[in-house]
Design a protein around this ligand. Structure first.
Ligand code: SIN
Length: 553
């Protein structure tokens, strides 16, 4: 079965839905999303969206805060664009119906987070992401030109290079034509073709044992695009959020940085404060510093968590400002207004990703990306809190401006579309060994947590590199022999994402921002004030003998 749309959007968080909503005026749109439409990391964002709104704030201050947090690797030109254009995009959201908290009779109730020199975080209590997702979904549902494919998962991209052996993957001649997609409710594979493929699949927190991310965050966009020849940058910069609830059943529930922004204090289990020993900004230092400080204190004391103390804040303020966090902590037996809650760091945000320009264009023509899946240059070596929802809005808007021009070009790839074969499972059979998938999944997450976490060493990275190579070979073999399922696709993507993180961490022989290696503890501007970029140029043709674009060595 094949489906043709003008624009195919993969992912349904802030980046994907913003693009779909704006581009549907120019052509038909298909949104491919692997779970229910609302199930994205956006939905779970608590803190808010950074935007210069206050009179005592300025674009320049936002630019400086972003660049300082990014430790010399931010691309200043894009940082300036994002900080300047962010407020206009936020106002569009408000016009669509998003409601951010206001101070009675005055302006917005702006929050504060680590690394920000001013209050500039718009929020909807502590459910900001859900408010944005709700607003965008409502608007998307009102459009006739958008078709939604829930429970559909991207398998692999179809590109010119995959149809023609003379074209190098990711070269100037290469372009994206479509993708194979698994409907994992019917197990049928659909061929989708489009004039523009827009990657907005979010991050990859599930690559680590403990993460604040939803189960959907398995690095799909990075892995799918990398296999097709897209350039991937800065994967070693994985942000760990300092404060996730420590409870065996809480699945690393996030306790927003805005709790510290409102005065919450980090303490050791004996009640002592410690952040003043690590940074002038104390509990509101940038996240890399806070997460590393907690890791250090836990290793020094042998404790398995630290405490976040908000008991000195007025109880009603906690309940009103953080109703979701308050309620969730209570469900796990902690009354935040009366007792400090146990917290630990957990994997939170992938700062690297598909290399894009200031309009979301990747190195493959007609393949665009926005949001957490991409590397635009905004975050550098560490993301400033609450800059990500803003980035998704800005980049998706700018991508629409660019693709509309592409759209005006004559449809000169019709011949290629006729050459795209239907998906063929080859000789793959149903698996009777699903234990391989669950075992490998678990092994990857553990090895990433233990060897490629907050504090790294070259020895541990080498160990991780060897293990991931073996796992990749095993997964490849499994993928070749058995019919694909959502689990096998996710596992393959997770393994490739893990490999890219390890490769980035091995390559960068210094410590900077979120990448901290005890063997190279200092930044090395002379050699490493640059992005790490990886590109896979292995040619994998879609042929009758290799219908599933697999390398099977
Ligand atoms: C938080 O609320 O602490 C998360 C915000 C973010 O990651 O930007």
């Amino acid at each position: 079965m094949s489906i043709e749309k003008d624009f195919i959007v993969i992912g349904s968080g802030v980046a994907g839905l913003t693009f779909a909503l704006k581009v549907c005026k120019f052509g038909s749109v298909g949104i491919v999303t692997k779970d229910a439409l609302e199930e994205s990391a956006t939905k779970y964002a608590q803190g808010g969206i950074a935007s210069v709104m206050a009179e005592d704030d300025s674009f320049e201050l936002h630019v400086q805060d972003t660049m300082q947090t990014g430790r010399g690797l931010c691309h200043e030109d894009f940082v300036r664009i994002a900080c300047r254009e962010g407020p206009a995009r936020v106002r569009e959201l408000i016009d669509l119906g998003a409601q951010f908290d206001r101070i009675r009779g005055a302006g917005f109730d702006l929050g504060k987070e680590g690394g920000h020199s001013k209050r500039r975080i718009l929020h909807a209590n502590d459910l900001t992401g859900w408010e944005i997702e709700r607003t965008l979904i409502q608007a998307v549902h009102a459009q006739d030109n958008i078709e939604i494919f829930e429970h559909h998962m991207a398998i692999d991209l179809i590109t010119q290079a995959r149809l023609d052996e003379k074209i190098q993957p990711g070269s100037d001649e290469d372009e994206a034509l479509g993708l194979y997609v698994l409907n994992h409710q019917t197990q049928k594979v659909v061929t989708m073709v489009g004039r523009v493929i827009f990657m907005a699949t979010g991050g990859a927190g599930k690559v680590y044992l403990y993460t604040s991310n939803p189960d959907t965050a398995t690095g799909d966009g990075v892995a799918v695009a990398y296999r097709a020849g897209a350039k991937i940058a800065n994967m070693e910069f994985f942000q760990f959020h300092p404060t996730c609830l420590f409870h065996p059943k809480a699945k690393s529930f996030l306790i927003s940085e805005t709790v510290r922004g409102e005065g919450g204090i980090l303490r050791l289990q004996n009640g002592d404060t410690f952040m003043e020993n690590h940074h002038d900004l104390g509990c509101l230092a940038p996240r890399d510093v806070v997460a590393r400080a907690i890791d250090y204190e836990m290793k020094t004391s042998g404790d398995d968590h630290v405490l976040l103390d908000a008991t000195h804040l007025e109880g009603y303020r906690i309940r009103e400002r953080f109703p979701n966090i308050y309620k969730t902590c209570l469900e796990f037996g902690f009354d935040m207004a009366r007792e400090p809650v146990p917290v630990v760091p957990a994997a939170h945000y992938m700062c690297g990703g598909l290399v894009v320009d200031a309009n979301g264009q990747t190195n493959i023509k007609r393949l665009f990306a926005s949001g957490e899946v991409c590397s635009s240059g905004l975050h550098g070596a560490n993301r400033l809190a609450s800059n990500s929802l803003m980035e998704g809005l800005v980049l998706s808007h700018r991508a629409v401006e660019k693709v509309v021009n592409l759209f005006k070009e004559p449809k000169n790839f019709k011949n290629s579309l006729d050459r795209i074969p239907e998906w063929d499972p080859g000789s793959a059979v149903d698996s009777d060994e699903s234990v391989v998938v669950s075992h490998n999944w678990d092994e990857i997450r553990r090895l990433m947590w233990n060897y490629v976490g907050i504090v790294r060493t070259t020895k541990r990275l080498k160990r991780a590199e060897r293990r991931i190579q073996l796992l990749l070979e095993e997964i490849q073999e499994y993928y070749w022999n058995f019919k694909i399922t959502k689990d096998t696709l996710e596992l393959r993507n997770l393994a490739i994402t893990a490999q890219l993180i390890i490769q980035g961490a091995m390559t960068r022989k210094e410590s900077r921002g979120l990448h901290y290696n005890l063997d190279y503890p200092e930044p090395d501007d002379a050699n490493w004030k640059q992005d790490t970029v990886f590109q896979n140029t292995v040619h994998r043709l879609i042929t009758q003998t290799n219908p599933r674009i697999v390398t099977h060595e």
